[in-house]
Design a protein around this ligand. Sequence first.
Ligand code: ADP
Ligand code: MG
Length: 759
Amino acid sequence: MKKVRIELQGISKSYYSETAVTQALRKVSLSFAMGEFVAITGESGSGKSTLLNIIGGMDSFDEGEMIVDGEPTFQYDDEDWETYRRTKIGYVFQDYSLIGHYTALDNVVSALLIMGQDPEEARKTAADYLKQVGLEEYGTHRASELSSGQKQRLSIARALAKNTGIIVADEPTGNLDSETGQQIIRLLQELSKDRLVIMVTHNYDQAEAYVTRKIRLHDGQIISDVTAETEDAMPDPVPDPAAPAEDIGTEKKPGRKSLTSNQTASIFARWNQRTQRGRAILFTSFLLVIAAASFLFIGELFVYRDDTTTKNYTQAGFYHEDDKRIVVKRQDGKDITDEDVKKLSSVRYVETVDSCDIANDINFYIEEGKDYEYAFGNEAKRSRYGKGAGEGEIKRVSFLNEKRFMMSTDAISEADLAYGRLPQARNEIVLYAADDSLLEKTMPCYFVFHNVWAENHYYQTNVTVTGILKNPTGQVYFSRELCRMLSMSLTDNSVFRIIYGDRIRHEITPVMSDSLTGNEVRLSSTMAEEYLLAGEFPCTIEEYDPAGKPTGKVVTDTVYIKDPHSADGLHSSTPNLLEVSGEFYNQHFRLTSSQASVYISSYAKTDQVLKKLDRLGYEGMSSYRISTIDYNEERTTQRLTIIGISALGLVILLLAEVLILRSLMKIRIKDYFVLKFIGMKMQVIRRISYFEMLTYTAISAAITIALMWVLRLCGIPAIQEVMWYYEISSYALFLLYNFLLTLLTVLFFNRLLKGRLNA
Ligand code: ADP
Ligand code: MG
């Protein structure tokens, strides 16, 4: 008596659907022993496949018991069935159930890997099995390219490779012509000598000569079970299998160098990537679109996070609205030195430094017709300013462009010049021009200090171009001396008063004039009538420290007021300024600055720069930030809209990704069925998708970041703005979002897969 391997005791199985119950098997009792080659026949729907699937551990049963090698299975859990499928059963299917995009060899190798064999060893073993079924020359062909007979032989080789004692075959010849079918049956017969082979067929005639037993099913019941006495009359068997005899049917434990689930999953993930390039590219491209879109959306969220963008800017403090400007003072209150300028220039994200911050709020007008224009009219009667000019016609200047602000030459160096030199004297400037024709030219320049000088008043002086800049810019750079001189009224390093008997003229800003000497001063003719006197008057100069406190030092001197009505009297229209000689100026006033400005690459970096400045011993403040006060309704709405759109965009992307990827991945569910039937653990099946999709995500995220950097360096403004807001936290959010999306997608896919595979 041969060893009984499988025993079925009163097995019943029903399928339930909404409308009907189908009883596929009714109290089937059978036992199968080693060496048997069993044919199960019966008409379609009689329960043959159900029976075979139960034996193969692919389907459950409602009633009865199945005993495997003397061991009952009633307490088997999912994992026990996985082990059963993996170690006891080799499957051959009517539709071959191969993985079409794998090579013939890899189809066999995959079974061996699932058994836990080392990949290199598996390739050698797989080649032996291919030889055994006569496919040694087709190892490198894709399974989908083989003929039907070759496919079925390959599926037998794969079943053999599992080295199990039991092979189940469901209509293995159903799709083959009779000649090829015959060959397959002969092959199975040969294998059954030291195994148990159970085959479902409805073409019994074809198998009759080879099988040892025939079971006939009808309506879920066994109607005949006969042992055929063919063994002796059998034709010559096919040539001996190439595999070593002791390997057959021994059900050895998996190879010693057993792979972990992760290793196996990552091998299969790599195969998927390699054997389905088009799919890999499709997935990566799709993920790339998501990654790029989410990169921009996340960037927008960060751009609009800062609420200064929603507030109105007020020019009361800083007339020049520039969000990249940071005003800097020394924490010790001392004046800004050249050393400070150097130190500030080396701070990360600082692009330019101007040691004279205050001048950066003074408008200048240098191009007649573009910045300013003259108008003539008889306004002498209306305006008392006209007294200095001739009778009737007076020349008035009106300003056109309020966008240009003074900067000192601190911000540039010799290297920025195409022609000429940097300014040395007070009235020298550099600017940009296409050629050197402006070099050495002298021209009038007007200055207006809004918020400080009386409204609609200006200071005018002639300036000479000493250098031409290389790079086009509308910026004109003025000597540090001029910048500081015009800033004096705000720095208050001294308070200058002229005493006219019982009247005191307060807080006049002195400006140097080369046409004056000694104690000569010239008043603006716009001053009130009572001050427009000529002659000698006492004055006091009260010194203030850089922090704006009086030092207690008060100097008394006299000034000689030149006739304000003289023809050369009107260089300044503002009553705040008073022209003095260079001598007088240098004796009583100092040209210093206690406040510098740094200009950073982007407003996004404001906080970072402020922190760094604090560490370096400076007090910094964003002129833009402190000048934004009340919320602008329109901008607030706009901001909320953009944040809303971005957030919505991210959600839509999330849904799109999960849905689209999941349906794309469905295309492969068939392959997972195959892997399951040849014994892959569900745990490994799940991980394959994780490994594969996470690789695509990593690639697409890396490409996106690289792409954004390239676009940024190419100078695409929209990308640049977003990129300035990208810091570790935003990159982390970007990666988190993308990887989370993928994990979520795979999770959903795996749930779907599990449902399908267990159905
Ligand atoms: P055979 O392989 O002999 O053609 P099957 O074992 O596939 O027969 O099917 C036996 C009976 O069970 C048939 O009536 C079939 O319709 C039914 N059946 C098989 N599988 C299912 C299923 N998954 N759900 C519902 N009914 C099924
Ligand atoms: Mg069937």
